[in-house]
Every structure is written in structure tokens, then in C-alpha cells.
Design a protein around this ligand. Sequence first.
Ligand SMILES: CC(C)CCC[C@@H](C)[C@H]1CC[C@H]2[C@@H]3CC=C4C[C@@H](O)CC[C@]4(C)[C@H]3CC[C@]12C
Length: 237
Amino acid sequence: LFTPEVERGKGQRDRVNKTDLSYQHQGQQALQTALEIVQDAEGWRMEMSESGDTIYSKVLHGNRKVFRLEAELEASPEELYDILFVKVEEMHQWNPSIRHIKILKHVGQETKITHEVSAETVGNLIGQRDFLSVRHSLKMQNCIYLGGAATHLESFPPHPEFVRAEDGPTCIIIRPSPNGTGKSRFTWLLNMDVKGWIPKSLVNQALPRAQVDFTAHLRRRLAAGGKKPAAAADTRP
Ligand SMILES: CC(C)CCC[C@@H](C)[C@H]1CC[C@H]2[C@@H]3CC=C4C[C@@H](O)CC[C@]4(C)[C@H]3CC[C@]12C
């Protein structure tokens, strides 16, 4: 792996205002920080490994436990970029862990501010959370990087209905699998502060579980191609 020079992303050349520049900077910074976590080889412990998918964990300074999923997916990096970044607003259609996801602001092609609401978990051990994040992408010749971190938007304060959690600094690295198979290597750093008063042991079980679920739903989405789930029947009289 190598660290891209995120400071000089194309977006930087767009004519943008101060706030937009600040969001671009936050996005680039999130990606940079997350890549540094992933690329530090020290201290990772294997949590689980099943049919080629592996989740590692590591405890960072300040006692935060982060999780790194490694998997191979049957799609090109471009296709995954399209599903995970361009069409991010469709994510709740194929991922039942997400109740709602909306782009609140576009900053150039590479940066967006998103609002996400997670679904109730089984038994509702961890209640619904909402997230306000800056999402940033960087496309290199082969690799595609997605970065993200919690952010603020004046026009979008925390909602009293939810506990606002913080996702990030987080990243996804998508690389083509070797030998031109058309598949991709997928690395996802989950670095989340779920907030609220929940036992750490519970959170540390829920997070790798969420990664396993996410990967399963993504695989189902890839197998279904562009097909949308059948629309609910119109029950109006
Ligand atoms: C355990 C409970 C509290 C949370 C479970 C839901 C988690 C797994 C959900 C909620 C919001 C989701 C994120 C929403 C948006 C994006 C941006 C996209 O480009 C890559 C996936 C990514 C980063 C999602 C990963 C999964 C995610 C973090």
C-alpha cells in the first residue's frame, strides 16, 4: 500500500468558497488519518475469518477499538465506487442496517456531506443512531479510496430523536484483484463512536457484526446487478 498525496486532489483546483474548501480539507484529512491507521501494521489481532473474509481489530490510543475488514468482491473497483460513493443515497434500498441516507451537500465531484440513520438492531440492543459525515473519494490509476469522518453543518443540528454517533476517521480501499479477474480487494476500516451509555463489550460485538452484515448485503446487491427491489404494492383504494 502507498499513501496518496491527498492534499493535491483535483477538487482543490475547483473554484470553491471557504466553507466548501473546509469540507474538502476535512474529507482529505479523514482519508489521510484513516489510511495511516490501516497502514500501520502493528497491533492488529484477528477477530474472525470466514470463507476468505477476515476482520482484524486494534485498540488505538485513547482506548478506541477499530475494525478492519478484508474481503474479495465480485465487482470491479469502478462498479464498487459507483455503488458505494456515487449512488450512496440508494444504500438503504439494499442494506437493511441503514434506515435512511441523504446527501445534504455536494462539494465538487469528490466530496459530499451525508446524513445517515441506522436501523434498529435485533433486540434493539443498540438503538438507532444518526450520523452527519463528510465523505471524500480519491481515484488513483488503480485504487479507489473512500474516506469519511463526522462533521457539522449549521443547518443540520443533532436531532432530538436520535443519539448522534460519529463515524470515522474511516476509509475504504478498493483495489483490483491480481491477474485481471475483474474482482476487487476490499479493505474497510470501521472506526465508530456509537455514543450513549452502552457497555463496551456489546459495542465491540455489534461493530464486527455490522461489517459482516454490510458485506453480505453488498454481495447480494452485486449479484442482483442494477435490479431494484420490487416496489411495494399500491394499497390506495
Ligand atoms: C452498530 C450500529 C450502531 C451501526 C450499524 C450501521 C453502520 C454499519 C452503517 C451506518 C452508516 C453506514 C455508512 C454510511 C455511508 C457510507 C459511505 C459509503 O461511501 C461507504 C459505506 C459507508 C461508510 C456506510 C458503512 C456502514 C455504516 C457505517
